[in-house]
Write a protein that binds this ligand. Structure first.
Ligand SMILES: Cc1ncc(COP(=O)(O)O)c(C=O)c1O
Length: 383
């Protein structure tokens, strides 16, 4: 077999996948490792997708998506995100993942660097590699609530840096950046003339009302990454979108043409129904997650297990350093095999995640609380 390309060989494997795959072979595992909302998709969304299949709406669509969906996105950006975007700035993608790749394709080239949060969503370290660029982690610290620190960013900027990636509400931490932090980040990007790739896929899952879209501050350099996966429980539907500054339409369309051409049409019609239709299922889901969070925190607090209080998303970031001995990935595998609970090792999200685990609280309450009850408490605490 010929040698693998240097690009494919440089993309790191996901540390969450390892736990996920190990769990497949074990009966009765409580799955808390993956960010999968368990609630059913709202019937009007499913009906719109089914109707599109039935009327054979299966042709190629424009690279950037059907007009009805892009119009629905423009209306949603004004309604929810608080900014006006011309329809030519909106590009429908195969989930937030492909929006990240599209953003990287626009902002980065061989030899460039992308500043990414550490800990951060594992894919952030993968996408720059796909375009020959490198990720450079900026550490987030427990002492200041894991929000980015401008001095840490300043220390890592080089002449190769082309973009800053930010993620609020964040995965794996659930941190929502306050408006002043967002303003500082955009000012930092402006000082160094960087693109800002703003991953806002958890935009609806905010428990403290502080969520601010980066493009409301400086639309001229923001590539906004959005997804219907988490908001509508449509993870397998594969619909997201990228919102760019004006003037990039032909570059975006060329990249789309060469990668996915377009997103499958029935999924786009389902997305129109999701955005334009009733939002009760979203409100109900957020209420369910907030209830899960409160119950989960009560279990952790009663057992003296340190954790971060998330302001958004649906993850708990839990300190297991009293047990892991500097190898949380190995510990998570042993915990899975002995306790039958799958959790994501913090090291899968970057070196700063060592000693921590991430637990998804988007599922049913009962297995979540049972799983948390099996976590080892620090010595001297209730077990
Ligand atoms: C921060 C973040 N961005 C993007 C994605 C990808 O979302 P999608 O399923 O829409 O590709 C995820 C999924 O977990 C995520 O956590």
């Amino acid at each position: 077999m010929p040698a693998l390309s240097s690009i494919a060989g440089s993309v790191p494997a996901s540390g969450i996948r390892r736990v996920f795959e190990l769990a497949q072979g074990i009966d009765g595992v409580i799955p808390l490792a993956v960010g999968e909302p368990e609630l059913p998709v709202a019937p009007h969304i499913l009906a719109a997708g089914a109707a599109a299949w039935e009327r054979d709406a299966t042709a190629y669509t424009p690279n950037s998506g059907i007009l009805a969906l892009r119009r629905a996105i423009v209306a949603k950006l004004a309604r929810h995100n608080g900014y006006e975007a011309d329809i030519d700035r909106v590009h429908v993608t195969a989930g937030g993942s492909q929006a990240l790749h599209l953003a990287a394709s626009l902002a980065l080239g061989p030899g460039n660097e992308l500043l990414i949060p550490d800990p951060g969503y594992a894919t952030f370290a993968m996408v720059p590699r796909l375009v020959g660029a490198s990720p450079v982690g900026y550490p987030l610290h427990a002492e200041n609530g894991f929000v980015p620190v401008i001095e840490e960013l300043e220390r890592r900027v080089t002449h190769r840096t082309r973009a800053l990636l930010i993620n609020s509400p964040s995965n794996p931490l659930g941190v929502v950046y306050p408006a002043e932090v967002m303003r500082d980040l955009l000012a930092f990007a402006a000082r160094h003339d960087l693109w800002v790739i703003s991953d806002e896929v958890y935009e609806y899952l905010s428990y403290d009302d502080r969520f601010v879209s980066a493009a409301t501050i400086d639309p001229s350099r923001v590539l906004g990454v959005y997804s219907l996966s988490k908001t509508y429980g449509l993870t397998g539907g594969r619909v997201g979108y990228l919102v760019t500054p004006p003037g990039l339409t032909s570059a975006v369309r060329a990249v789309q043409e060469a990668t996915v051409s377009c997103v499958n049409e029935p999924a786009q019609w389902a997305a129109v129904a999701a955005l334009d239709g009733p939002q009760d299922a979203v409100t109900d889901a957020v209420t369910h997650y907030a209830e899960n969070l409160a119950a989960a925190r009560a279990v952790l607090d009663s057992r003296g297990i340190r954790h971060l209080v998330p302001g958004g998303a649906f993850y708990l970031w839990i300190d297991m350093s009293h047990e892991t001995g500097g190898d949380v990935a190995g510990w998570a595998e042993r915990f899975l095999l002995t306790q039958r609970v799958a959790v994501a090792p913090g090291s899968a999200f970057g070196p700063s995640g060592e000693g921590w685990i991430r637990v998804c609280f988007a599922g049913r309450a009962e297995p979540l609380l049972t799983g948390l009850g099996r976590l080892p408490a620090p010595a001297g605490r209730t077990r």
